[in-house]
Design a binder for this molecule. Structure first.
Ligand SMILES: N[C@@H](CCC(=O)N[C@@H](CS)C(=O)NCC(=O)O)C(=O)O
Length: 184
């Protein structure tokens, strides 16, 4: 059995763990990405359509004539061999749900790690209310380094800092003139 993947942990790690746990003999084929300057010349890219994979991707597993891509399909293939897919219908349903839930969970981390500026609209509201509280009581977020970092990071975003330095920026007054604070 050959498991092929980039020379990283990535999507291969659960497969490696399952192969080890089940005592399955396997060899690894590790493609190097770090040293490659031209992706088109990468070993994987050069051979991906020559391997007989229906949907070429990494990781892939070759077990005799069986050629599998999609990390969950690979896990399930090994799991099936070792009766690790649940026995009853109820167990199988739970396993299927958890399989997809684990992938959703994984992809959330992948997204955050590849695009740390990933934000939702709530970040904008959270920034504003924290900034206002900081203006109201300047020391109030001192005990919270994570919030300070969040504010600094937010203000450092290119489009936000450009806006904050532009004539369009309107930080004051915060409230209408009937307010006891923030009307200046
Ligand atoms: N859904 C696929 C995703 C596979 C995937 O995105 N593989 C990435 C590495 S994590 C890759 O570089 N594939 C090679 C390619 O796109 O040519 C799986 O679970 O296996």
């Amino acid at each position: 059995m050959i498991l092929a993947y980039w020379e990283i942990r990535g999507l291969a790690h659960p497969i490696r763990l399952l192969l080890e746990y089940t005592g399955t003999p396997y060899k690894e084929l590790l493609y190097n990405y770090e040293k490659c300057t031209d992706y088109e010349k990468n070993e994987w890219v050069k051979e991906r359509y020559t391997l007989g994979l229906d949907f070429p991707n990494l990781p892939y597993l070759i077990d005799g004539n069986t050629k599998i891509t999609q990390s969950n399909a690979i896990l399930r293939y090994i799991g099936r061999k070792h009766k690790m897919c649940g026995d009853t219908e109820e167990e199988k349903v739970r396993v299927d749900i958890l399989e997809s839930q684990a992938m959703d969970f994984r992809m959330q981390l992948v997204r955050v790690c590849h695009d740390p500026d990933f934000m939702t609209f709530v970040d904008f509201s959270m920034y504003d209310i924290l900034d206002l509280n900081r203006k109201f009581v300047p020391t109030c977020i001192d005990p919270f380094p994570n919030l300070q970092e969040f504010l600094t990071r937010f203000e450092g975003l290119r489009k936000i800092s450009t806006y904050m330095n532009s004539p369009r920026y309107l930080p004051n007054p915060v409230f209408l003139k009937m307010a006891k604070w923030g009307a200046q």
